[in-house]
Design a protein around this ligand. Structure first.
Ligand code: CDT
Length: 381
């Protein structure tokens, strides 16, 4: 039975905050109306899954230092529970007034959704309760009417304090968020393909991944923006057989403090984006769905512009489809045959046959760069 999933990458134009032009939530109702319009359009075109960008409900506020507590609070979705706050405790976001219209409509249309937002998690089991902010994405399954997976961004770029130059573009994710604590956990999305093998079913294989590979419900992983540049993240998902990697992003197009004209910097940012996405898909034999929030969110502010580049790559590293626009709401839709993941997994990227983990310890034991020692002296002439 063919395992084909029709996916829509829902690129979003800028979420402009007219009031402060810096970092507020933007007019939430307008943003949600755009998100719902993209969902409706995708459903009409037969999409089964719609992927939205990182921090889809708000502007990319880490470009500014926000000191007003109320303004900051309005950018976050509050959630709470007595554990780490993974998908099993995601009822809060399911019922959040900001998200409920989207999840209700997604359920009615039978279309899954993956979307990013700023999460304010309170662990109520701690005394006193502990609140932690994360840059988060959830996967909402229309078949179950619930959030079946949550991912918290692991690689937070930028700084904890602003660059002390008023002309510089800021990237303050390390100030606003803590690194994700849920790891790179792949999961299966129910109801996307017909005839998927189930655990304990009459025909279920008993001899491991080799024989069940490519027969169950689709295996999905989520990354958020900067994560796509880290091959450790991709491999963590690849090792779980992820067939579809979903990644929303906000990547600035120009920083005055960097070298090059705006056009040159934008071209380089797009090049690095595509290299990362293409390489991740190829070396892990998976599809990658990469979705931009794009365009100018904060006029006249350094770092106020974001690249487009919404794109879908296949397991051989080929572009399947990409956005025509660089700064507007636009759907990029493709039917993805998940069976394409199988051949490279049986050959060049057959991990079980070819990986040499005895030589990889440095990757997890060492964080920063350690060069070989300097040579003692010049080599003789
Ligand atoms: N949102 C996010 O992670 N943005 C970063 C900007 C880093 S500067 C190139 C990114 O990796 O795209």
């Amino acid at each position: 039975m063919a395992r084909i999933v029709k996916v829509a990458a829902a690129q979003m134009g800028p979420n402009v905050h007219e009031a402060t032009n810096t970092g507020g939530p933007g007019p939430r109702a307008t943003v949600m109306a755009r998100i719902l319009a993209l969902l409706e359009d995708a459903a009409k075109q037969g999409a089964q899954l719609v992927v939205f960008p990182e921090l889809a409900l708000t502007t990319f506020f880490p470009r500014a230092m926000i000191t007003d507590a109320a303004e900051l609070e309005a950018l976050f979705e509050p959630e709470e529970g007595s554990g780490a706050g993974g998908s099993s405790e995601a009822a809060g976001i399911r019922e959040s007034p900001h998200f409920k219209p989207l999840f209700d409509r997604s359920t009615a249309l039978g279309v899954d959704v993956s979307i990013g937002y700023a999460e304010r998690w309170t662990n109520t089991a701690a005394t006193p309760p502990v609140t932690t902010d994360y840059n988060t994405a959830v996967y909402f399954s229309a078949a179950t009417g619930s959030v079946v997976a949550k991912y918290r961004k692991v690689h937070l770029p930028g700084r904890t304090t602003p660059i002390p130059d008023p002309g510089a573009a800021q990237q303050l994710e390390k100030h606003y968020f803590r690194p994700g604590n849920l790891g790179f956990q792949a999961f299966r999305a129910p109801g996307l393909v017909a005839g998927a093998r189930k655990a304990g079913g009459p025909e279920a294989a008993t001899d491991g991944a080799e024989s069940t590979s490519g027969t169950g419900d689709p295996i999905i992983g989520m990354l958020i923006c900067n994560d796509r540049r880290w091959f450790e993240a991709w491999r963590s998902l690849g090792l779980q057989g992820a067939e579809l990697v979903l990644c929303g992003y906000n990547t600035s197009d120009y920083k005055p403090q960097d070298t090059g004209t705006p056009a040159e910097q934008t071209a380089l940012a797009l090049l690095h984006h595509h290299i990362s996405c293409q390489g991740g898909s190829y070396t892990n034999a998976c599809f990658g769905v990469h979705v931009a929030k794009a365009g100018v969110e904060a006029t006249g502010q350094p770092g106020g512009g974001l690249i487009g580049g919404t794109v879908i790559y296949d397991p051989l590293g080929r572009k399947v489809a990409e956005a025509m626009t660089q700064d507007t709401d636009e759907l990029v839709i493709a039917a993805l045959d998940l069976d394409m993941c199988r051949k490279p997994r049986q050959t060049i990227f057959n991990f079980a046959n070819h990986r040499r983990v005895e030589h990889y310890s440095r990757i997890v034991e060492q964080v920063g760069l350690v060069e070989p020692p300097l040579l003692e002296s010049f080599l003789p002439e």
